[in-house]
Design a protein around this ligand. Structure first.
Ligand SMILES: Nc1ncnc2c1ncn2[C@@H]1O[C@H](COP(=O)(O)OP(=O)(O)OP(=O)(O)O)[C@@H](O)[C@H]1O
Length: 234
């Protein structure tokens, strides 16, 4: 009974989270590109589909579901299945801070449901930072993320309020304004080398998880045995 109720709640939350999602899977690249085009721009959508070789899911296309779950890969914001995209940028990898950053999220009680190491294609970085494309530092930002001098570690973390709490754990964009105890406040000094990224809203998390983890089976829905000790409210 509880399982059925929880599943229904998740389905409802997922529908609220993706109100424009179609009910059937989108199978054709051109169809997907059109959907993406409406949201992120036609060129970016076509380039993304061509570049990554897999479908990018947005709120205008159906999201991939886990085989045994009604949950989209981007989770259900506002529930204990909320998910966010966190990335250790190339400077964080180069400075051997991957373990430290993973450890902070693990110790807080969040659950790792996606993890990959990659040198992102230029188109992926451009799409990820599309809202900054007019900024003078955009070209340098894309180069720093994609030039291969070190890879990026992409992650999907799950748990209550993980989007907001993840941003708090990261600290301010400019490390000079980040408090001690935050990742950026403890480990970096420059806005251009701030070692981590975190989704800043449910909409961003949905876009970014779909962008970086859209391949089949790249986000894993698993049950942690610690869950009742971490997220129960009695
Ligand atoms: N003035 C700047 N000079 C150089 N790089 C910048 C500057 N402002 C932002 N950036 C880079 O662009 C990234 C994205 O900036 P944004 O304003 O979206 O901040 P953010 O959301 O805190 O960062 P992120 O998206 O990486 O988590 C920053 O993390 C930083 O790497």
């Amino acid at each position: 009974m509880f399982a059925r109720t929880a599943t229904a709640a998740l389905r409802q939350a997922a529908r609220r989270q993706a109100p424009l999602a179609t009910r059937a899977f989108t199978t054709s690249s051109s169809q997907t590109a059109r959907s993406l085009g409406a949201r992120f721009g036609t060129a970016a959508a076509a380039a993304a589909v061509a570049t990554f070789g897999y479908t990018l899911y947005t709120s205008q296309t159906a999201s991939p579901l886990h085989a045994d779950s009604a949950l989209p890969i981007y989770g259900a914001a506002g529930t204990s299945k909320e998910r966010t995209f966190i990335a250790v940028k190339p400077d964080g990898v180069q400075r051997n801070l991957v373990g430290e950053i993973i450890s902070r999220f693990e110790r807080r009680g969040y659950k790792l449901v996606g993890l990959k190491l990659l040198v992102p294609p230029v188109e992926l970085a451009k799409e990820h930072y599309a809202d900054l494309s007019s900024k003078p530092f955009f070209a340098g930002l894309v180069d720093y993320m994609t030039n291969g001098r070190a890879p990026v570690v992409g992650m999907v973390w799950e748990g209550p309020s993980v989007i907001k709490q993840g941003r708090i754990m990261l600290g301010a964009t400019d490390p000079k304004n980040s408090g001690t105890g935050t990742i950026r406040g403890d480990y970096c000094l420059s806005i251009g080398r701030n070692i981590v990224h975190g989704s800043d809203s449910a909409e961003s998390a949905q876009k970014e998880i779909s962008l970086w983890f859209g391949g089949k089976g790249e986000v894993v829905d698993w049950k942690s045995n610690n869950e009742e000790w971490v997220i129960s409210e009695n």
